[in-house]
Design a protein around this ligand. Structure first.
Ligand SMILES: NC(=O)c1ccc[n+]([C@@H]2O[C@H](COP(=O)([O-])OP(=O)(O)OC[C@H]3O[C@@H](n4cnc5c(N)ncnc54)[C@H](OP(=O)(O)O)[C@@H]3O)[C@@H](O)[C@H]2O)c1
Length: 346
């Protein structure tokens, strides 16, 4: 164990360096592509760019250098069971924007989110309906939205929670069941945005129904009622563990597909790992801090999910509220690393 810890620390430091390099290069790449597109638009000048500018390094040609960094980590891990580390590096690079063509693949929400946080936020005014607003995540979403001055309502089977906290008095509480779509219409009629924090565990068929059917009903009614933005708290994959929670993940992926289809321009899907609250922060916050930089380690077969960073419920709530109120926040999947990063920036 004593031998392993310094090696792991090295690996984490190197992956942090890697992450920083990646972000720096991404930033410079975006700058270049912006100036390129500007130049293209202003292409009245009848000179080919390649004849004026020396040939620049391409995104693909930079990949080997990043891979070298990872290779240095790999050689420092001989005593650990990481035989596939280099192939993981390869797959990381090919999955990252360094190994793919921006023409053929859509940008991830994390990229758009980065852009958003720098832009002047225009805010969608109106009411936010939180499905499951009396649950763990839902109650934090309600509090965050209220703190930002939005009008908030919530729908769940039991309605108003028993808490005496003052925020609960400011929420308009509805009783309804996502499995009975008619019970959602009234609550959704005034909502500009809907956030679903409904989901949970149980038997495979219960998980499929609650995480899938129930949320798909909500997506359907929201789109019929003209809601502009729909956000959903889904979950990150945990590799082989997913197999034992098939109903949970099957249901969530069905809901995600419904959101992409009904809200192609306004659907925001968050995929956090474990979400912790204030009382657990002493235990989980340090893990969040360290593991957020260890994304490549998470791709290690079988044991990779151990490196999944937990995320604070406050960050999840901030990103959700931003996602449904800021029209410049691009729709799509926001992965757990992006939730942590955006949550810090907001
Ligand atoms: N907690 C985590 O660590 C974590 C991690 C990753 C993802 N997530 C996801 O985040 C979401 C929220 O999780 P959570 O921990 O906040 O769950 P939670 O505390 O159990 O809250 C679930 C909420 O859903 C409501 N609900 C359940 N069935 C309903 C139905 N048929 N119709 C209407 N409302 C219903 C519940 O209220 P009533 O009982 O009053 O109906 C409750 O408000 C879930 O989708 C979960 O999968 C959570």
């Amino acid at each position: 164990m004593c031998n392993v810890l310094p090696v792991l620390a090295d690996a984490l430091t190197a992956s942090q360096r890697f992450e920083e390099q990646l972000l720096n290069r991404l930033a410079s790449r975006r700058k270049r592509s912006r100036s390129r597109s500007f130049k293209t638009r202003a292409s009245v000048v009848p000179v080919s760019h390649s004849s004026v500018h020396p040939r620049k390094e391409t995104t693909r040609s930079r990949a080997p250098r990043i891979k070298d960094d990872l290779r240095r980590v790999a050689v420092s891990l001989p005593s650990l069971p990481f035989p596939n580390f280099l192939s993981i590096c390869d797959s990381y690079i090919s999955r990252s924007r360094y190994g793919r063509s921006s023409e053929t693949e859509p940008l991830k929400a994390e990229e758009a989110g980065r852009e958003t946080s720098r832009s002047i936020a225009k805010v969608l005014m109106g009411s936010i309906l939180v499905l499951g607003g009396n649950g763990f995540v839902g109650s934090h979403v309600c509090k965050e939205a209220l703190a930002q001055g939005f009008s908030v309502s919530s729908l769940s089977r039991s309605g108003k929670p028993s808490t005496r906290e003052s925020w609960a008095e400011k929420v308009e509480w509805h009783k309804g069941n996502l499995l009975e779509p008619e019970s959602l219409r009234d609550a959704m009629s005034d909502a500009t945005a809907v956030v679903s924090c409904v989901g949970g565990f149980g038997s495979p068929s219960h998980m499929r129904t609650l995480n899938g059917t129930a949320n798909v009903n909500a997506v359907q009614v929201a789109s019929e009622q003209g809601v502009q933005r729909f956000a959903y708290v889904s979950a990150a994959s945990f590799g082989v563990i997913d197999y034992f929670l098939q109903g949970y993940y099957d249901g969530q992926r069905v809901t995600e597909a419904a959101i992409s289809s009904k809200f192609p321009n306004g659907g925001v899907i968050l995929r956090p790992g474990y979400i912790y609250g204030k009382s657990e922060s002493i235990i989980f916050a340090p893990f969040e801090k360290v593991l957020q930089y260890a994304e490549p380690l998470r791709r290690i077969p079988l044991i990779g999910p151990v490196f999944t960073p937990p995320v604070s419920v406050f960050k999840v709530a901030k990103v959700i509220v931003k996602g449904v109120t800021d029209p410049t926040f691009s729709p799509g999947v926001v992965d757990l690393y992006s939730i942590i990063r955006l949550g810090k920036e907001l």
